[in-house]
Write a protein that binds this ligand. Structure first.
Ligand code: CA
Length: 219
């Protein structure tokens, strides 16, 4: 699980990131609304922890923006304002949960586990594009009705790209999806898996965006 932590309080961001890393999360930390929107769209994020009081854009606007390009993205709000109105507004805007500061890290982790379970239940989907059908729960992919012979890493690579259909994924974000935590990725291994995967797919099915990453254009 890759978590985006949006918190402008330097001390809180630091202490939360240390605690969450210890709990096994991979983290991207940002301290402004602008950075949060960019990161949520481009960094292959699975979960967002979003502080409502940000220096540049109101947290509720950031929430709406994230939900506008990925309505399924789970977002947990952090609010210092213990007001019913803010919580209601947040939940109305699509937030999945919220915590009022100050809170206990264990409480945060417990809430995140609930959101993760929800995500993994939802993610058992079949994604179709140009004759390719990928069943993320059954771990199978078929091309024109034929089951593809894909080793695990190639499947995970294809899955990441299909789940992000139409969006460009950077090499770093693909690495985060394909390799388990603590597993060493050789410097060119994504390229190697990509090379093998491409040989099994129609020409130009996966496009290289030079200097940025890879994408599967939407049908
Ligand atoms: Ca704040």
């Amino acid at each position: 699980m890759r978590l985006l932590l949006v918190e402008d309080d330097v001390y809180l961001q630091k202490s939360l990131s240390i605690a969450l890393k210890q709990k096994g999360y991979t983290l991207s930390c940002v301290s402004s609304g602008k950075e949060a929107i960019v990161s949520a769209e481009w960094d292959s994020i699975d979960l967002v922890v979003l502080d409502l009081g940000l220096p540049d854009i109101d947290g509720l606007e950031v929430l709406k923006e994230i939900k506008s390009f990925n309505s399924a993205m789970p977002v947990l709000l952090l609010t210092a304002r213990d007001k019913i109105s803010d919580r209601v507004k947040g939940l109305d805007s699509g937030a999945d949960d919220y915590l009022v500061k100050p809170f206990n890290v264990d409480e945060l982790v417990a809430r995140l586990r609930v959101l993760e379970r929800r995500v993994s239940q939802q993610s058992g989907l079949t994604i179709d594009n140009k004759g390719l059908s990928l069943d993320s729960k059954g771990h199978t992919a078929t091309l024109d009705g034929q089951i593809m012979d894909l080793p695990k890493k190639e499947f995970l690579l294809l899955k990441a790209l299909m789940e992000a259909l139409g969006r460009v994924l950077t090499k770093d974000s693909l690495e985060a999806k394909v390799y388990d935590m603590g597993e060493e990725a050789l410097s060119n291994s994504i390229e190697v898996h990509m090379h093998h995967l491409r040989k099994k797919l129609p020409k130009n099915f996966i496009k290289t965006i030079r200097g940025v990453g890879y994408t599967i254009p939407k049908n």
